[in-house]
Design a protein around this ligand. Sequence first.
Ligand code: FES
Length: 56
Amino acid sequence: MYVCLCKGITDSQIRDAVCAGASSVRQVRKQLGVMSQCGKCGILTKEIVQETVEQR
Ligand code: FES
C-alpha cells in the first residue's frame, strides 16, 4: 500500500530500506524521499520503521 502519496512510496519499499540497513526514520527519508513534501506520511512511516527494526 502507498504510505507516501507525494512521492509514491509503498510500505514494502520502506521495509526493504530498513532490511537493507536503514535503522531510523531519518535514514529512510534520506534514501527514499518519504516525508519530504507534505509530511502527512510521517506517523505511518515511523510506525513501519519501528516495527521493521524490531523484527530485524
Ligand atoms: Fe509523504 Fe506527502 S505523503 S510527503
